[in-house]
Design a protein. Structure first.
Length: 76
């Protein structure tokens, strides 16, 4: 179930990411068929609590500072 959640929320070359409500609805619809109902309820409760506080990382590479090599220490 966690793998399904992650897979559907992740952008793929062939489709965009699903929204959290779409994925939770998919899991709820599959409760008792694809997924164990008690686990679905617990997972949904947890995700509804924590998802708003999850940071989204941009796909763009972060700027990287280039540092000059360290000066050799005396006696090294």
């Amino acid at each position: 179930m966690c793998d399904v959640f992650d897979a559907l929320r992740t952008k793929r070359p062939y489709r965009g990411p699903w929204t959290q409500p779409e994925v939770l609805q998919y899991l709820e619809d599959g409760a008792g068929q694809e997924f164990e109902p008690g686990l679905v309820r617990s997972f949904m409760s947890m995700m509804q609590q924590w998802e708003p506080s999850v940071a989204v990382v941009a796909d763009e590479p972060a700027a990287v500072a280039v540092l000059a090599p360290a000066e050799p220490r005396a006696g090294s």
